[in-house]
Design a protein around this ligand. Structure first.
Ligand code: M6P
Ligand code: ZN
Length: 191
């Protein structure tokens, strides 16, 4: 056990930017090829306009040990890939019994959840929404607005991210833009 010093971070609600800056990482179109419903559409966009930014995460850096509570902001840019709204990769926790809390800071989003047994849930999030991701639910966030969707997340350090299961099977539900409206549809390719 290391004794971590207390600290405070200022969070910009519109952008999710942390002051002081701590850890930041970005996910671009090329990182999402294995996650989107239409990888050919993603490849065409890559070819024609380059590697667009899909989302960015500002995070604190804490040791991965019992009792530590990592937290971060995620900013998902508006836009679509082959009609599918910009989203995070989505993951199960490697330790399935760990939950998580999301808090909406700006914009409009949809939180997609699913269990290995086939249950699904979709929760709308705006500024001020506190959403609970219970243990055993995979989770992915989607920007369904015309502005950035920004939210704050808090979880237990040892939860871990399992991306492989989502990469292999996909999500049961997709969020697509139809006549300017985000709609949730069944994923025809769900394994
Ligand atoms: C949320 C949290 C983070 C996660 C981030 C991006 O802020 O769930 O743990 O890393 O979203 O989502 P993903 O890891 O699925 O790309
Ligand atoms: Zn999580």
């Amino acid at each position: 056990m290391t004794l971590t010093q207390p600290f405070v971070t200022e969070v910009d609600f519109a952008s999710g930017v942390f002051s002081p800056r701590r850890g930041v990482y970005q996910r671009r179109l090329s990182d999402m090829i294995g996650m989107v419903a239409d990888p050919e559409a993603a490849a065409r966009i890559l070819e024609s306009e380059g590697d667009r930014l899909i989302y960015e995460v500002h995070t604190v850096e804490l040791p991965v040990e019992e009792g530590q509570i990592p937290h971060c902001t995620t900013r998902i840019l508006p836009g679509t890939i082959g009609g599918e709204c910009h989203m995070t990769k989505g993951h199960y926790h490697a330790r399935r019994e760990q939950g998580e809390v999301y808090f909406g800071l700006s914009g409009r989003g949809l939180l997609l959840l699913q269990t290995a047994e086939g249950e699904t849930s979709e929760l709308e999030m705006t500024a001020g929404s506190a959403a609970y991701v219970p243990p055993y639910w995979a989770h992915r966030t989607v920007n369904i607005g015309a502005e950035d969707f920004v939210f704050f997340s808090v979880w237990e350090a040892r939860a871990g991210h399992d991306y492989g299961t989502i990469e292999r099977d996909g999500f049961r539900k997709l969020v697509v833009l139809r006549d300017g409206e985000a709609v949730v549809v069944d994923n025809p390719k769900y394994a």
